[in-house]
Write a protein that binds this ligand. Structure first.
Ligand SMILES: NC(=O)c1ccc[n+]([C@@H]2O[C@H](COP(=O)([O-])OP(=O)(O)OC[C@H]3O[C@@H](n4cnc5c(N)ncnc54)[C@H](O)[C@@H]3O)[C@@H](O)[C@H]2O)c1
Ligand SMILES: OC[C@H](O)C(O)[C@@H](O)CO
Length: 361
């Protein structure tokens, strides 16, 4: 970053106007909304499947882009201004940005589940602008200082890693357990890595794309399985046998959102095991509810991240337990943002990072 002076930094932003129509806009520089806030110059932003979905379709479920919206929410940056009440950060600190701000006053917030806050203002979820911009204003306690061992590019991967941390915590993975992860996209790969860091000794990554499984095998999986076009119970039997647990595994995580994978998951988990839904696909599916009932499966959802998840994600990277660098397929300059979205849509990349408008690459 050439300068830490707010006045010298651009606030060029990558704006979705309508599906498949984007523009670069020089937006007004944000000011601090409270003395507890900091201003961050964004260095790198990863592209998430949800950004691509908004770009292609202009909506995810009931979240509809009605007004132009800045995309992006997986970012790390450098602090360029601190509010008077901020004691934990200083100008020049490098931080991972947690991109959703809860009200802090409602029942879920006060119960320690702020990710479920109905008033959540989440970056690049309409009507809120995202972080593919030059300058970002944030409450200081939603910025996580990166230790020297963690680069700004790794910092941009903390967001999807925090998603995986939350999923694995929902699954309560403990040392020695067997874990199957459906889906080997960024979230599934990171779930496998976090499960490993929690001590899981058998980790099976399942996908329908062989190249994703090849990558998973070199990342955190002990086994991989290419899901076949056969009944879900038959895929599940093959997964259980491959894992060495013919009666079922301790934990199954879905990070695909795909109906056949969710069905296979319930047939893969053991009696009394745990299933966590992380993937977001079709809102309604046919679900093997009788099998779930007869096995007394603990079934949980997982949404974004909550208290402690970002902090643990930074720690897992800083201590070398999760190597997020391996997921970065390429880094492009800000003016290449639209091309980067096209590349992610093609499906070959794992994670593409876009440098901020003030960042030279
Ligand atoms: N719960 C949350 O808070 C949260 C946060 C971020 C992303 N997500 C969701 O998590 C999922 C994964 O995210 P991602 O970025 O890794 O997406 P992705 O699209 O890169 O990965 C999904 C993977 O699932 C695979 N897949 C498709 N059908 C399958 C099947 N039948 N069996 C096994 N694998 C199959 C795909 O080939 C792909 O590799 C998405 O559904 C996303 O919307 C949820
Ligand atoms: O990682 C966070 C997710 O991508 C978001 O929740 C997304 O679904 C938009 O709201």
């Amino acid at each position: 970053m050439a300068s830490l002076n707010k006045e010298e930094l651009s606030n060029l932003s990558f704006v979705l106007k309508k599906p498949l129509e984007v523009a670069f806009e020089d937006r007004p520089k944000p000011s601090l909304a409270s003395p507890h806030d900091v201003l961050v110059a964004v260095n790198y932003t990863g592209i998430c499947g949800s950004d691509v979905h908004y770009w292609l379709h202009g909506a995810i479920g009931h979240f509809v882009v009605k007004d132009p919206m800045v995309l992006g929410h997986e970012s790390a940056g450098t602090v360029v201004q601190v509010g008077d009440a901020v004691k934990t950060l200083a100008v020049g600190d490098q931080v991972a940005l947690e991109p959703g701000y809860p009200c802090r006053r409602c029942a879920p917030c006060l119960a320690g589940k702020y990710n479920l806050c109905p008033e959540m203002a989440f970056a690049a979820t309409p009507p809120y602008d995202g972080t593919l911009t030059g300058l970002w204003s944030s409450p200081a306690d939603f910025c996580y200082k990166l230790p020297a061992a963690v680069s700004l590019q790794e910092g941009a991967l903390i967001e999807p890693l925090a998603v995986a941390v939350h999923i694995v915590r929902q699954a309560s993975v403990t040392p020695g357990q067997s874990v199957v992860v459906m889906g080997a996209g960024p979230v599934g790969l990171l779930c496998a890595a976090v499960a490993k860091a929690h001590g899981a000794s058998t980790i099976v990554s399942v996908d329908i794309v062989q190249s994703k499984l090849d990558f998973a095998a070199g990342f955190a999986a002990t086994h991989t399985y290419a899901s076949q076009r056969i009944p879900a119970a038959d895929n599940a039997k093959a997964i259980r046998e491959l894992a060495g647990f013919p009666d079922g595994v301790d934990v199954v995580i879905d990070a695909s959102g795909a109906e056949p994978s969710i069905q296979a998951a319930i047939h893969t988990v053991r009696m009394g095991g745990t299933y966590v839904q992380g993937g977001m696909g079709k809102p309604d599916i046919t679900f093997p509810i009788m099998t779930m009932c007869l096995k007394e499966v603990t079934v949980k959802g997982s949404f974004r991240y909550g208290p402690g998840d970002y902090r643990l994600a930074v720690e897992l990277v800083a201590t070398g337990k999760v190597d997020v660098k391996k997921l970065v397929t390429s880094v492009v300059s800000f003016d290449q943002a639209e091309e980067a979205f096209k590349k992610v849509k093609e499906g070959e990349a794992i994670k593409v990072l876009i440098a901020g408008p003030n960042e030279k690459i």
